[in-house]
Design a protein around this ligand. Structure first.
Ligand code: ADP
Ligand code: ADP
Length: 224
């Protein structure tokens, strides 16, 4: 089974057709970027795959498990809006992402959280609360929380949109490092075609005519 399998996916909100007859298959370990103009249904596609959308037509499966049957618990999602806990500090917000069963009092768990905080360039801010962070910093906390889970399938919705250019490049390269080390499957949604071409094995374009999700570029050689 492919890691992500979408067949004939149509999603409507009232009269709005957010997705129409979308087919997409993503192989195990593949890094796919989904691009397309604002409103073409990119976020909706990820929400369906995460199991956050109850009603849609067609099929969507993660790791061979239909999302209607609960999907795979190996899927992790980083939302475009950071959705941090306001009363918890950065360390706690990242630790929330640790998989169930991990003993949070275990020094190894602490190390892992601290490593992730360093990876996203926030060492020194571990004790800060979200209200004390910039939008870009909050987005990096959200990314660290998503990575803490170590999902087999990582779904990322515009994870770099609030970052300045330099930080964005750093975090893009960090993501590639994590992806290579872990061999995870990644589906990243972005409106930034350059970012997609830089990061992904395959860039999929969503939108335009119904059913026209297509692989347009293979850009593997573009990566460092
Ligand atoms: P993208 O992520 O590509 O910008 P979205 O998936 O957010 O696109 O949205 C696709 C379409 O569905 C848009 O027309 C949007 O307005 C509509 N839409 C998304 N979520 C909702 C919702 N909860 N209720 C109503 N319409 C929605
Ligand atoms: P070129 O690769 O043609 O010289 P740029 O350097 O402007 O073009 O980069 C194009 C895209 O590649 C950027 O928008 C960015 O997404 C990505 N990119 C370039 N350099 C880096 C880098 N060092 N780290 C991460 N991403 C990079």
């Amino acid at each position: 089974d492919p890691a992500l399998a979408v067949r004939g996916l149509t999603k409507r909100y009232g009269d709005t057709v957010a997705l129409e007859e979308v087919d997409l298959a993503v192989d195990d370990g593949e890094f796919v970027a989904v691009v397309g103009p604002s409103g073409c249904g990119k976020s909706t596609l990820l929400r369906v795959l995460t199991g956050l959308e109850e009603r849609f037509e067609g099929r969507a499966a993660v790791d061979g498990v239909d999302v209607r049957d609960g999907g795979s618990d190996g899927v992790g999602m980083v939302f475009q809006e950071p959705r941090l806990l306001a009363w918890a500090d950065v360390r706690e917000n990242v630790a929330i992402g640790l998989p169930g069963g991990v003993d949070r009092d275990d020094p190894a768990a602490h190390d892992r959280v601290d490593d992730l905080i360093e990876t996203v360039g926030l060492d020194g801010f571990a004790g800060h609360r979200p209200g004390e962070l910039s939008g870009g910093m909050a987005q990096r906390v959200s990314l660290a929380r998503g990575l803490a889970y170590e999902p087999e399938v990582l779904l990322l919705d515009e994870p770099f949109s609030a970052l300045d250019q330099l930080t964005k490049y750093e975090q893009q390269d960090n993501l590639l490092d994590v992806w290579r080390e872990r061999g995870a499957t990644v589906a990243l949604v972005t409106h930034d075609v350059e970012e997609a071409a830089y990061l992904a094995d395959r860039v999929v374009v969503l939108g335009g005519q119904p059913g026209t999700v297509e692989a347009v570029v293979n850009v593997e050689a573009d990566r460092p």
